[in-house]
Ligand binder design. Structure first.
Ligand code: SF4
Ligand code: SF4
Length: 149
């Protein structure tokens, strides 16, 4: 790592290069889970139902370049006003940096590998079920507590 690349993730989000911005994503997949809003508290509840384009083996999007065209409720974090979004997972690197907080020590950029992240159970991995197999009316049965906004 060169001196100029050192700890680039500590820079303000707006100062990141395109490559640095992409590298900040830990690939956890949490933002690809379907979400419900509690009708009384208006709190966001994550479900284990995941977007059909999420590849469980690589933990990556299968249609990254066209994601916002193919999936209406998908998003480009770079074009979002993160401060106005109430559903970003509380572990998300973009949300943390937007809030001026450091990355967790398990983040691959900090830890140097994905091992700590795996051990901490951050990746959604195989704990999910594709939306292809769940009717939207049944999402409530799949609400989880291990991801929070
Ligand atoms: S929650 Fe944040 S860090 Fe995780 S995959 Fe989504 S954008 Fe990347
Ligand atoms: S289109 Fe890709 S990035 Fe968007 S929610 Fe689906 S899997 Fe995630």
């Amino acid at each position: 790592m060169s001196a100029t690349q050192e700890k680039f993730w500590e820079k303000p989000l707006q100062a990141l290069t395109e490559l640095e911005w992409e590298a900040l994503c830990d690939g956890c997949g949490r933002c690809c889970l379907k979400k419900l809003t509690d009708s009384e508290s208006e709190q966001i509840q994550f479900t284990r139902v995941v977007c059909r384009y999420f590849d469980e083996r690589s933990s990556r999007c299968k249609c990254y370049g066209e994601r916002t065209q193919l999936v209406p409720d998908c998003f480009n974090v770079k074009q979002m006003d993160i401060g106005t979004v109430n559903w970003m997972p509380d572990t998300c690197a973009y949300r943390l940096r937007f809030d001026g907080k450091p990355l967790f020590d398990w983040h691959p950029l900090v830890a140097g590998s994905r091992d700590k992240m795996q051990a901490a159970g951050i990746s959604i991995g195989k704990r999910v079920i594709s939306e292809e197999y769940v009717h939207p009316d049944g999402y409530e049965e799949h609400i989880i507590r291990w991801v929070k906004a």
